[in-house]
Design a protein around this ligand. Structure first.
Ligand code: HEM
Length: 401
């Protein structure tokens, strides 16, 4: 039996023996109290938690909810969180959101991203070559899962990869749930200051890259230089932690379900479906989508009043048995895998999804083709999972091959 709504604490803790599954409390809530109040900031805020797939989609697709951090009832991770600049448009409503997002939509069109596939394949090949050139065991995160998306986003943006130590450090702080609001703001500002210099440098030495094209949009008066820098900082950060963690957790998941690997090594259609199922099953953004109602709205039969916060844990909605049959199984051939909410849903749905898909579709089959004897070098209970970050993942993953 679940506890009464007022007693439900929202917890991110997972049982040690099932690090790839959401905590069982969520399944109980989804079955018995799918729209329920939870407690945040030691009880000072009690937003709603929405756990069913259908209700989650209803919230994320509804104009009755705002993403604005600065609204009084906003269920932010930390009390006192401040709205980022317009370039960090994930937490802005229209008109700022659509103006900022529009400056980048062409960059992430499937056709343009597909043109990057040969470069992604080349980088995958080089990194696997350098990993296997080492003596095992080696850390898969440090030598493969993190550098791959980092190199790709640097190439796309036109950022020198030599500076990766600097921007990876700041990206980590932005998703760290133990960081203070001030630390997060300073990390965002450090990234933006670095990118402002780069925006200005690209005017003198243009390249075939996103930052050069954002600088041109600033010249045309569509955005300011500061917006161009903030947009680039946001992409640099968004392109890192997400795909890197998905590569690492996808690899762990596949190593735990070796019977599924032949499907992943099949034709392109299979590869694409396999990636969707891994996205669904893992749904790395475990911190939940955070929204505030701007008008009264009914979700799952419950009235949410204007001003109240809502948390949508998409990794829980993606395990809803009413929508996905045997949702805890990993079934790479699952017919409706693509209906997952791992990239969100609605106007804020992930802009980078064609890029993330291209990377995962290239990297995962190539990894298992090249390293058929790939193994995790430590017992599962010794793997350090990231329990205190918005994006779930592993800190290190020692492997042999
Ligand atoms: C597997 C990898 C990824 C996952 C699972 C993921 C997941 C998400 C999710 C769930 C959201 C929605 C947030 C919300 O509704 O509040 C989002 C938004 C976003 N993502 Fe991703 N993401 C991934 C990779 C990327 C990459 C590679 C980029 C860019 C290079 C990127 C850029 C963005 C941007 C710009 C937004 C904000 C969209 C908006 O508010 O309009 N993401 N992502």
């Amino acid at each position: 039996m679940t506890s009464s709504p007022s007693e439900n604490a929202f917890t991110l803790a997972r049982p040690k023996d099932a690090p790839l599954d959401p905590p069982p409390l969520y399944a109980e809530l989804r079955a018995e109290q799918p729209v329920t109040r939870v407690s945040l900031w030691e009880g000072r805020l009690s937003p709603w938690l929405v756990t069913r797939w259908e209700d989650a989609r209803a919230v994320l697709g509804s104009p009755a909810f705002s993403v604005d951090f600065s609204l009084p009832g906003a269920p932010n991770f930390m009390e006192g969180a401040q709205q980022g600049p317009p370039g960090f448009f994930q937490n802005h409503d229209d008109p700022v959101h659509s103006v900022m997002r529009r400056t980048l939509t062409r960059e992430f069109m499937v056709k343009r991203i597909n043109a990057l596939r040969p470069a992604i394949a080349r980088l995958t090949d080089e990194l696997l070559g350098s990993l296997t050139g080492r003596e095992g065991p080696a850390d898969f995160v440090e030598h493969f899962a993190l550098p791959l998306p980092s190199l790709v986003i640097c190439e796309l943006l036109g950022v020198p990869y030599e500076d990766h130590g600097f921007f990876q450090q700041h990206s980590k702080v932005i998703v760290d749930l133990t960081a203070t609001a001030g630390e997060v703001r300073r990390a965002q500002q450090a990234l933006s200051a670095y990118l402002l210099e780069l925006v200005q440098a690209k005017r003198k030495t243009p390249g075939d890259d996103v930052i050069t094209r954002l600088a041109a949009q600033a010249d045309e008066g569509v955005i300011t230089d500061q917006d161009a820098a903030d947009l680039s900082a946001f992409l640099l950060f968004a392109g890192h932690e997400t795909t890197a963690n998905m590569i690492a957790l996808g690899t762990i998941t596949l190593l735990h379900h070796p019977d599924q690997i032949p499907y992943l090594l099949g034709e392109q259609k299979q590869v694409a479906n396999a990636v969707e199922e891994l996205l669904r099953h893992i749904s790395i953004v475990h911190g939940g989508m955070r929204r505030t109602a701007v008008e009264d709205v009914t979700i799952g039969g419950v009235t949410i009043s204007a001003g109240e916060g809502v948390i949508v844990p998409i990794h829980v909605a993606n395990r809803d048995p009413e929508f996905f049959t045997a949702p805890d199984d990993v079934d790479l051939a699952r017919a409706n895998a693509r209906m997952h909410l791992a990239f969100g849903y609605g106007v804020h749905q992930c802009l980078g999804q064609p890029l993330a898909r291209a990377e995962l579709q290239i990297v995962l089959p190539e990894l298992f083709r090249r390293l058929p004897r790939l193994k995790i070098a430590v017992p599962m209970e010794d793997i350090a999972f990231k329990e205190d970050t918005v994006v779930y993942g592993v800190r290190e993953l020692p492997v042999t091959w």
